[in-house]
Design a protein around this ligand. Structure first.
Ligand SMILES: [Zn+2]
Length: 43
């Protein structure tokens, strides 16, 4: 399966990948967050 680097998490700097069309993070406005940071932001 294709795995492309999309960007880095705006909070922790971890590389966020896209796996065959599935983004391993959350885009919010102009910023991209990994799931861990997005979960922390929500709470
Ligand atoms: Zn992060």
């Amino acid at each position: 399966m294709e795995k492309e680097i999309v960007s880095e998490c705006a909070n922790c700097g971890k590389v966020v990948y896209c796996h065959g069309g599935f983004l391993e993070g959350v885009q919010e406005g102009k910023e991209l967050f990994c799931f861990a940071c997005y979960e922390m932001k929500k709470s």
